[in-house]
Design a protein around this ligand. Structure first.
Ligand code: BG6
Length: 476
């Protein structure tokens, strides 16, 4: 049996802030706007107008990703908190525009590199393994505006320059690499996943989505190639967002829809990155949607040769597949789904389903036979700070129930490398740009408008997780 590493995770755009010391990226253009009554309403479809507004110096909006949780100022204290917590591994991402402010500058920013030098060394001093997401959603805006970002093949080379710097500077420090966060988001949330700008109210073109994704697949494989050729010690993962689909009824049509949802929404990208080729079911899908990728022989070769070492996924809640369009809907991770009468949901409508975590771990291992990693999981909830304390029994309960299921999967023989609690220190929500939707075991005193002291406060769940991790170590 493997020993699960217990960890926590954040992403640069949601955590760091420090906007004055880096270039602008796509996430920096997303303004905060108060949540509407309908939790399933999409708040993240950016158009050219929204971007132009974001670039104005006298802008009328608050842009939360420019401030994050002020990690840029608080990182030292935060890493000490993670060390005291007893984390085995911390997943964080690098901000592309902190290294290359425009994305493709001639030279990297030395100040940016030094910022990460300090962070990585400090994590190592605390005995924490480093899991680096090389790109978590945010794309340098300059690259999107000058040549279309991931739509353009040039992105692969610009991304690889970032990868090269990472390997050369920190190749002996980093334990796990992830070229892209939730790569399937490029399909279900193209702005987040591949930084595509929306053309007014027109839907995204499938051709644009899948061409951008193809460039990410090749960038991912070439990154693995470069890392291996340079002999870095870390292992390479691929990551998808998993939805754990259930058929709404036992109607054969619903069950067939489940298979299609799993294939297209969930596994397709991992099939390529883990097995090394486009799966058979994409051909009819591309034909139907008039997608022509014109894949070169060289791309085919590189995809086949450089597959991931481990399979990682985010899992927050399960979903329902149905051919009916009249089911009551509820929100999920960047996509809405049918409400499940057997499950409770978070305040944001995400259905809480610990068994779904076990199911997903089993299915992922069945399909790929590679070690798995839970790259993200957790409960986004409203917490209240009263007399300097945050009592969050709901989060402890969520962890307990999910950990139990994960351990059951492990006991059945699934090699689980690590569990990473998402947003371990409160961060800005990627879906809704709010600070109110908190996942952390450490509270950050700030509101949705970026007001507050940004003081760090340990929640009850911090002490619970600390004890849990210590107990796992005793049991070794
Ligand atoms: C994942 C993303 O999709 O879900 C994270 O990788 C994100 O960046 C997380 O924060 C939770 O989503 P949200 O919308 O609650 O922040």
């Amino acid at each position: 049996m493997t020993k699960i590493l217990w960890g926590g995770a954040t992403s640069a755009s949601q955590y760091e802030g420090g906007y004055e010391n880096r270039g602008i990226d796509t996430q920096d253009c997303r303004p905060y706007s108060p949540k509407t009554e309908d939790a399933t309403v999409a708040t993240r479809l950016l158009t050219e107008e929204v971007i132009q507004e974001a670039k104005r110096k006298d802008g009328r909006h608050y842009y939360p990703f420019r401030k994050g949780s002020m990690g840029y100022e608080h990182w030292e204290e935060d890493i000490a908190l993670l060390g005291d917590l007893g984390l085995d591994v911390y997943r964080l991402s690098i901000s592309w525009t902190r290294i290359f402010p425009k994305g493709n500058d001639e030279f990297p920013s030395e100040a940016g590199l030094q910022y990460y030098d300090r962070i990585f060394h400090s994590l190592k001093n605390q005995g924490i393994k480093i899991f680096l997401t090389m790109n978590h959603y945010a794309v340098p805006l300059h690259l999107v505006e000058s040549y279309g970002g991931w739509l353009n093949r040039q992105m692969i080379d610009d991304y690889l320059r970032l990868a090269e710097i990472i390997f050369e500077r920190w190749g002996d420090l980093i334990d796990y690499y992830l070229p892209f966060n939730e790569i399937n988001a490029g399909y279900f949330s193209p702005y987040n996943g591949v930084g595509l700008i929306k053309n007014g109210t027109n839907p995204y073109a499938y051709q644009d989505i899948f061409l951008s994704l193809h460039h990410q697949f090749v960038a991912s494989a070439k990154t693995i190639q470069m890392g291996r050729e340079k002999g870095v010690k870390g292992k390479f993962g691929a990551m998808i967002s998993c939805f754990c689909y259930y058929a709404h009824t036992s109607r054969p049509e619903d069950n067939l829809r489940l298979v299609e949802d799993e294939q297209i929404n969930q596994w397709f990208c991992m099939d390529i990155l883990s097995r090394g080729e486009y799966p058979y079911y994409m051909e009819p899908f591309f034909k139907k949607h008039r997608v022509d990728l014109n894949i070169s022989e060289e791309d085919t070769k590189v995809l086949r040769a450089y597959t991931c070492d481990f399979v990682s996924f985010s899992y927050y809640s399960s979903s329902i597949s149905s051919v009916s369009e009249s089911n009551q809907q509820t929100a999920g991770n960047l996509v809405a789904t049918t409400k499940n009468q057997y499950l409770e949901a978070s305040e944001w409508g995400w259905q809480i389903d610990p068994i779904g975590l076990k199911t997903t771990a089993l299915k992922a291992y069945d399909r790929y036979q590679k070690p798995i990693m839970i790259a993200e999981n957790g409960l986004g909830a409203k917490d209240t700070l009263v007399d300097g304390q945050v009592h969050d029994p709901y989060r402890i309960e969520y962890f307990k129930r999910h950990f139990e299921q994960l351990k059951e999967a492990e006991a059945m023989g699934v090699p689980v490398l690590a569990y990473l609690a998402w947003g371990i220190i409160d961060i800005v929500s990627a879906g809704s740009c709010e600070m109110d939707k908190r996942y952390g075991v450490v509270y950050v005193d700030a509101d949705n408008q970026g007001k507050g002291s940004y003081r760090r406060i340990k929640k009850d769940s911090y002490y619970w997780y600390q004890q849990y991790i210590a107990m796992q170590k005793e049991g070794e």
